[in-house]
Design a protein around this ligand. Sequence first.
Ligand code: URA
Length: 452
Amino acid sequence: MSQPPGSTSSGFRVVDLIRKKRDGDELSRAEIEFLVAGYTREEIPDYQIAAWLMAAVLRGMTRAETAVLTDAMLRSGEVLDLSSLRAKKVDKHSTGGVGDKTSLVLAPVVAAAGLVVPMISGRGLGHTGGTLDKLEAIPGFNVNLSVERFRHVLETCGCAMIGQTAEIAPADRKLYALRDVTGTVESPYLICASIMSKKLAEGIDALVLDVKTGCGAFMKNEKDAAFLAELMVETGERMDKKVVALITDMDQPLGNMIGNSLEVVEVLEVLRGGGPEDLRQLCLELAGWMLYLGDVSDTVAAGKRKTEELISSGKALEKFRRMVEMQGGDARVLDNPKRLPQAAHTTDVLSAREGYLVSLQCEHIGTACVILGGGRERKEDAVDPAVGIVLHKKVGDRVAVGEALATIHYNSEARAARSKQLVQESCQIADSPLAEKRPLVHRVIGNSGEKN
Ligand code: URA
């Protein structure tokens, strides 16, 4: 029997599935599996999947579709079996933020506590930064390890940080890169499938999710963040993992530095016991939960205290050094961060008036970094690790006329001009400070049996 024009051996035509989602109908398991497998095998082109993704963003997906999509993406590659490693395997993943560099602190701290952290991360997504781009700012650091090498680093060091590969979560590797440049990130269903497919492929026992909310997050309000958190926690629990989600603030950048090299500098500050207070506190909170879920600490509070000890003793920094060495990176940057790529020029963003900084439009600050070259506008773009923004003021701070609010690190005058204007417009200054400070952690979701 001959096939209808354009249909495949499965009987589906991609265009029909795009139209089905466009019209708000539910796709079947077979249809979703066909799309994921076809795209992963490069049988379906980017433009058709981009159209389908946009339809999914605009029309939403059912719980059943989300579960099938997650499962199909997970099964696009292998699921690691790390049962030969005796320690518990624990990871953390963030839904994406600006200046969010906690993963680089958490992996070595938690490994220094005796747990195993098999972290599969992503690149920059939309206006948010990506762990892999930050790690690659360290000269030589290889985020593309084979499964065999990944396993070896985990066995030797306790933590390893890689990207989605052709072997592990290959569907997310392709879909993630496409969503980055097609305005199709902001869907709780697609975010859930992306995050949970790669986390479930890691062979972990427990997972801490950092679900961001605020103007710099993909989920702008707490209700949407809680919906995403519940979706992911449910997905993890269905697969017998211990999962908690912390809804944390992303209404202004985390820490003071935004940009790949600059963020590594701030990570080293935290690993040396310093760093900006918001970043340090969030690292303690997330690590506290990781140690608690990994059964190293009886309570989250005890996990936080243990984390502080691991940082002040230098053990966490030494773990980071070991991981950098084992993944081919130049560990001399730990002692001399000037060895990280440096931008050729800097320019200050000055305050036009005196008063209090009442808002830092966080998404625009992230976009300003992408414009400098710190992120991608097309899939094939190379990221410039050296560029970025250093904030000298955070929300609540007093500012004088002519005082520097931020410094832009740049390599292209044209890009710097656009970026500087965006940062300037992002800083709102008023006569009096805000009445209320937003909390760092808004809520915790998940049946973790928490003991504080
Ligand atoms: N992080 C991911 O891994 N995927 C998303 O879709 C968003 C954040």
